[in-house]
Design a protein around this ligand. Structure first.
Ligand SMILES: [Zn+2]
Length: 386
């Protein structure tokens, strides 16, 4: 099925509708460009660009905007190895958010001048009046950038929200001085776990990248790749140096990318359906176990949301829900109060059942639960074979 939309990267009109995200409040439809393989979501209804945070396991999920804080430590090592901040004068921060990068840069390199662009006024208070910072409260697309101006452009977890990713990349390229560096990071969405139950094509994301297409597109734009994360990493991180500009449209190097992505997304849909059926079994088992002891759910994110909504977990039988990050952002989820982890409870440890509702932090939580003396620990991932 083709539409009147064109691919944002290669401008081909041959784009195929492959997926309708579950419970999209934006009426999102996911398309694959059959020429270059780019995966885009196209909205069919009006939507607020900064919805309140939601830990839904469906497409209406939106982050509490703490992702940028969580990932920053990983970047510091890369900065150290690849970028000489002492030599930088002018820096552009696209999507400066709460200012984690701005604060780090000014604390360590107080001579640097930073232009920051951030659409949300409510998060910029800590740095908006700093003498080295020139802040624009706007969407990137509405800001006019000067050419050949910056030594460094920082664009982290922003490109996947763009109205046009190619425009954001091209504008970043033009705004850099020759030899200037673009630091780019996005989630590697098309890397699907076999135990996915949550919708991956969420409403705030208009683009869904993999490493290869971004490397290909950047190099054709005129960037040299100084550093690249690996194919199997959950995040695409690229350090790109501006070299001579490429003239002309993007022509994909990998002719199979489109078919590969169509197939991957079809497999994802089937996996999502089957795994949600399994979720009902997990919910039933937890309901049974809750009759034999105190049930602790550790992890209050999207897996917990789906356990309740899809798995039929009876929340009145849950003794407590722990989450050592989310408790800062939300008090309650599905009537359960979210408590900080590392609990000191008065529960009889031997009668407690701990269910780990996390994939990424499962090992960490298990170690912590063991340390607290809990013996019966079950993990979401136990129900899936690798
Ligand atoms: Zn394309």
């Amino acid at each position: 099925m083709s539409t009147s939309f064109k691919c944002d990267f290669c401008t081909s009109g041959n784009i195929q509708h492959v997926h309708d995200p579950i419970n999209s409040t934006r009426g999102m439809k996911v398309y694959v460009c059959m020429k270059c393989g780019l995966v885009q979501s196209i909205s069919t209804s009006a939507y607020s660009s900064a919805p309140p945070g939601s830990m839904s396991g469906d497409a209406n999920r939106s982050s509490y905007r703490y992702t940028k804080e969580l990932v920053f430590d990983n970047y510091l090592q890369l900065f150290k190895s690849h970028i000489n901040f002492a030599d930088l004068e002018r820096v552009l921060d696209i999507g400066s958010n709460r200012g984690i990068f701005v604060h780090w840069a000014l604390d360590n390199f107080p001579h640097i001048l930073i232009d920051a662009i951030e659409p949300q006024q409510s998060v910029v208070e800590s740095y908006c009046d700093h003498q080295n910072v020139s802040l624009k409260i706007a969407r990137f697309e509405d800001v006019q950038l000067n050419e050949n101006t910056y030594d460094f452009v920082y664009c982290v977890h922003t490109l996947e929200h763009a109205r046009s990713a190619s425009q954001m990349m091209t504008q970043s390229y033009r705004s850099l001085k020759p030899g200037g560096i673009l630091f780019l990071a996005v989630p590697q969405t098309l890397l699907f776990h076999n135990n996915l139950v949550e919708e991956i094509f969420i409403d705030p994301h208009t683009f869904h990248f993999d490493l290869n297409i971004l490397v290909d597109f950047s190099s054709q734009l005129g960037f040299k790749t100084v550093y690249s994360s690996r194919n199997e990493d959950a995040e695409v991180i690229l350090i790109l140096k501006k070299e001579v500009a490429h003239i002309g449209n993007f022509v994909p190097s990998n002719q199979d990318a489109a078919q590969d992505n169509v197939r991957k997304i079809a497999d994802y849909q089937k996996g999502l359906h089957d795994n949600r059926v399994l979720l009902r079994k997990i919910g039933a088992e937890l309901n049974d176990l809750s009759l034999t002891g105190s049930l602790i759910i550790w992890g209050a994110g999207r897996l917990f949301d789906l356990l309740v909504r899809e798995g039929g977990l009876v929340t009145s039988r849950v003794t407590v829900v722990f989450d050592k990050v989310l408790y800062k952002f939300i008090n309650k989820s599905h009537d359960c109060v979210i408590s900080k982890a590392r609990p000191r409870t008065e529960l009889d440890e031997s009668s407690v059942i701990v269910f780990i509702a996390s994939r990424e932090y499962a090992a960490e939580i298990k170690a912590e639960a063991n340390k607290l003396g809990y013996e019966k620990i079950i993990s979401f991932t136990d129900f899936f074979s690798d």
